[in-house]
Design a protein around this ligand. Sequence first.
Ligand code: MF3
Ligand code: CO
Ligand code: CO
Length: 246
Amino acid sequence: MSIETPEQLEALRAAGRVVADAIRAMRSRALAGVSTKELDEVAARVFARAGARSGPQLDYGFPGTTCISVNDQAVHGIPSKRRLKDGDLVKLDVTAELDGFYADACVSVPVGRARGSDIRLANASRQALNSGLRAARAGTPINEIGRAVETTVVSFGYAVCRDLTGHGIGRRIHEEPNVPSFYHPRFDQPLTEGLVITIEPIIAAGNAEVSDAGDGWTLKTRDGSRAAHFEHTIVITDETPIILTA
Ligand code: MF3
Ligand code: CO
Ligand code: CO
């Protein structure tokens, strides 16, 4: 969506706060021995208290409140009895709907004693998101976001999962336009003031091809290498974007 009134901005800010609160609560519980279902219930409680609903459940019938993906699982992991282990890399991807407005964010969190390689991988995704945020302003072609994101990812020696893109958001999870995390000449339409989008580099340590994990939702890397993912929902302005999910 594109924001047209101060009331719409306030409503989106409120949805963004619920997402940030849920992620904060979840990450403090992302410990060895905790199941991904238990982590999902942490988010469900934050949502319930705020009067928010799960975006993935609402829009797609996703079997969980949030998407929780571990290690080689890149996105859309289903919360389950799987218990987190020391050295896992867990992605907490949270989309809330509040009063008809949506916000979406993701963090990658190492469990317990992290591998150095996972810290570096997560760092690359976070820095790539920051590069994308710096590129995102009114008048700039949308593919400059992807160029900035991918340049950072490649500078670390990693690859972008090209099947998975950022997106417009606001009244649904997935709206126009697509926001690829790589440069594509076709995506040259200029960003406009008030446009609400996500930026979300999903990257792999090895080959970035993903495939169905067999449960109808989870996508994992084909080669079993680990994936990292950071995401914010932002509003495009004349200068630095408003981050709704900070
Ligand atoms: N949070 C996901 C995104 O960033 C959307 C998940 S919807 C699902 O685009 F139903 F596919 F899980
Ligand atoms: Co998301
Ligand atoms: Co998203």
